[in-house]
Design a protein around this ligand. Structure first.
Ligand code: PEP
Ligand code: MG
Length: 325
């Protein structure tokens, strides 16, 4: 019986009203990928590539980078992996990376900003990813894109590396998809100008909410002060999901909120059909999803999003209890 319950939990995630919800895992180390099989995750929605760089004293060679990415793809087998390019700076430091003392690192020279300004590092990484994905699909995602031109510049860099690999006679990835992480409120309101540049969008809700509320995600004095279930924050999440739906552009959420029951339920109610989270949360979220009526939840949200409340949390809890959840 227990084995059957387990097997069910490993199967695809479907809501009570039959909506398929993609549940992917976040990872940053090869060893974590054993959880793909154990949890029945649909794939790796966010592979953070920083770790190899953060533990290295010198820049990892092209072959060493490609070896890690290849091992990750091997471990994932048929399941898709989304590689995020280097997201250094801010809360993530690498010993060899160019470092400057900044008064506000979270608002500073980080992630794609560093990648575009010192393109050597990013080009190298893209080259390693292309080599590693020979004959297989490659999904690349750029962090902290804050303006449409950054999305275009990053994609151009990827295209240039693809051409380079083609001319050099390398075996090419069977398919290449290029996405951006949506992590700043400004980009949410400019997304329609970048939507044709990208193949998918991933909401980095940890950073998006940090910038939305101007509250440092590492400072617990302020990080828990504001609620992501406030109508204003949900409006933003609804806006980007609806825009992507209009353009048939896949969108998912890969911040910590995807792993929290109420928040995940609300995201599904807003129409998100793909979430990515730490592997340990996949089982519990899958169970939650199976009890949700996404349609009803959507109707409930539509009639509550305009309420002048600080958060929908108490109302959601009450509604959930009434529904026997
Ligand atoms: C995020 O910002 O939500 C995210 C998933 O990326 P990280 O936590 O690595 O910044
Ligand atoms: Mg982030």
């Amino acid at each position: 019986e227990r084995r059957q319950a387990y097997a069910e939990l490993r199967g695809p995630s479907v809501t009570a009203d039959g909506q398929r919800i993609g549940l992917h895992m976040n990872a940053g180390l090869l060893i974590e990928l054993t959880a793909l099989e154990e949890t029945g995750a649909d794939g790796v929605g966010l592979f953070r590539t920083e770790f190899q760089f953060m533990v290295a004293e010198t820049l990892p060679r092209l072959s060493a980078q490609a070896a890690v990415y290849k091992s990750v793809l091997d471990a994932a087998g048929e399941k898709p992996v989304i590689f995020r390019t280097l997201d250094l700076g801010g809360d993530k430091v690498a010993p060899f990376a160019p470092s400057t003392v900044e008064a506000n690192p979270a608002l500073g020279w980080r992630a794609i900003r560093m990648g575009l300004d010192r393109p050597g590092l990013l080009r190298y990484q893209l080259r390693a990813l292309i080599l590693a994905a020979a004959g297989r699909p490659l999904n690349v995602m750029f962090p902290m894109i804050a303006a449409p031109w950054e999305a275009r510049a990053a994609r151009e860099m990827l295209d240039r590396e693809l051409n380079h690999a083609r001319h050099a006679g390398h075996e090419m990835p069977s398919d290449v998809r290029c996405g951006i992480m949506l992590e700043t409120p400004g980009m949410a309101w400019a997304l329609h100008h970048a939507i044709d540049t990208v193949d998918f969008v991933s909401v980095g809700a940890n950073d998006l909410m940090q910038y939305f509320y101007a509250a440092d995600r590492q400072n617990t004095r302020v990080s828990e002060r504001y609620d992501v279930l406030a109508p204003a924050a949900l409006d933003l999440l609804k806006h980007v999901r609806d825009l992507c739906a209009e353009h048939d552009t896949p969108i998912s959420v890969c911040g910590e909120i995807a792993a929290k029951p109420l928040e995940a339920a609300v995201l599904i109610g807003l129409g998100y059909q793909s979430l990515s989270m730490a592997s340990g949360n996949i089982g519990p979220i899958k169970k939650l999803v199976s009890g949700l009526d996404a349609g009803k939840l959507g109707t409930w949200l539509a009639s509550h999003l305009q309420l002048p409340v600080d958060s929908l949390r108490p109302l959601l809890i009450e509604a959930g209890e009434k529904a026997g959840l």
